[in-house]
Write a protein that binds this ligand. Structure first.
Ligand code: PEP
Ligand code: MN
Length: 340
């Protein structure tokens, strides 16, 4: 249950209400929303107490979440939230572009891609150092050295960086290398130990939708991160497994208007891992921004045929520039701005 209190409710009144609930054995969480007190009641409220709360004149509205998610629920904030990644705000009406190679492959290449990504007008640099590969014989990433190369490239061009974390034991390495945003990949969306660990890292988290995850399961995963003390969560739709085999996955754009109703978290779209085919990415990106995405995440490589992972879905740097130009137009058409 989420209790949206009247705007003018004084802090001691909010505190008294929380104590009343906690005396009844119920855990509560106070939203960081500055414009009004909002209290999430984590545990189930019995009928008598629910009646008492409904009659409380400090309570303006009671919202019953459809799932067991509270802190990521739309009603837990007044406006959709924005998430700071370095100096870039994700959400809140500005469209951002995340781009970079699937894997960090080496210092020179990483720097070249970073320059091209920055020149194209993208905002956040990506690159995988720990790679979740289907085959144990495929390139597994450069590990900690990859984090170093990614961060150095980002700093060289002035872009914040995002990279996938696969193991709770890696959190310190990500923090030590000042990785601005920790990506939870599709394969780890329900790795609850990892979700709890990244929540404690004090960094923004990009939570990709699981390969076959329902929206409800995805939001529960986000709630794990919120419950662990991290408010800076970005959701990323990246396609789901369906019966279709013509593409790598099936991009589910339905989530964009639906999640706007269900959660305050920003939502970006990764059409690259959805389609798996580079030439399909520009139209899917346009559709994503038109349907309300807060951003797009794509992969870029100067020689896709030589890429050590995901070459078939890598855009050329010149193609990224076109995608960024399109995103700018789509943002304007839908009454938003393209992040500066
Ligand atoms: C990636 O971003 O390179 C990646 C592995 O993505 P996903 O987890 O969506 O497959
Ligand atoms: Mn990839």
């Amino acid at each position: 249950m989420i209790l949206r209190l009247r705007q003018a409710t004084p802090p001691d009144r909010v505190q008294a209400l929380r104590e009343r609930l906690e005396r009844a054995g119920l855990r509560t969480v106070l939203s960081s929303e500055p414009s009004r007190p909002i209290v999430a009641v984590v545990d189930k409220v019995d009928a008598d107490l629910a009646r008492e709360l409904a009659a409380d004149d400090a309570v303006e509205e009671i919202v019953e979440p459809r799932g067991d998610w509270r802190q990521v629920h739309r009603a837990f904030r007044e406006c959709p939230s924005t998430v700071q990644v370095g100096d870039v705000s994700v959400g809140g009406g500005a469209v951002v572009v995340i781009a970079g190679p699937c894997s960090v492959e080496g210092r020179e290449l990483m720097l070249e891609v970073a320059q091209r990504v920055n020149d194209a007008g993208a905002h956040i640099l990506r690159g995988g150092a720990f790679k979740p590969r289907t085959s144990p014989y495929a390139f597994q990433g450069l590990g900690v050295e990859g984090l170093r190369q990614l961060k150095d490239a980002g700093e060289a061009v002035g872009l914040p960086v995002v990279s996938e974390i696969m193991d709770a034991a890696e959190v310190d390495a990500f923090v030590d290398h000042d990785i601005d945003c920790l990506q939870i990949g599709a394969r780890n969306m329900q790795n609850f130990t990892l979700l709890k660990a990244v929540a404690r890292a004090g960094r923004a988290v990009l939570l990709k939708r699981g390969l076959s995850a329902t929206i409800d399961e995805w939001l529960h995963a986000a709630e794990y991160i919120a419950a662990g003390g991290c408010e800076r969560i970005i959701l990323c739709e990246r396609g789901i497994r369906t019966f279709e085999t013509a593409t790598r996955n099936t991009l589910d754009l339905t989530v964009l208007p639906l999640l706007r109703e269900w959660t305050h978290l920003p939502i970006i779209v990764d059409p690259a891992h959805a389609a798996g085919i580079a030439r399909l990415i520009p139209p899917l990106s346009r559709a994503s921004v038109a349907a309300g995405a807060d951003g797009i995440a794509v992969e870029v490589h100067p020689h896709p045929e030589l890429a050590r992972s995901d070459g078939p879905q890598a855009l050329l740097p010149s193609e990224l520039a076109g995608l960024v130009a399109d995103a700018r137009i789509q943002a304007a058409v839908t009454g938003r701005v393209f992040h500066a």
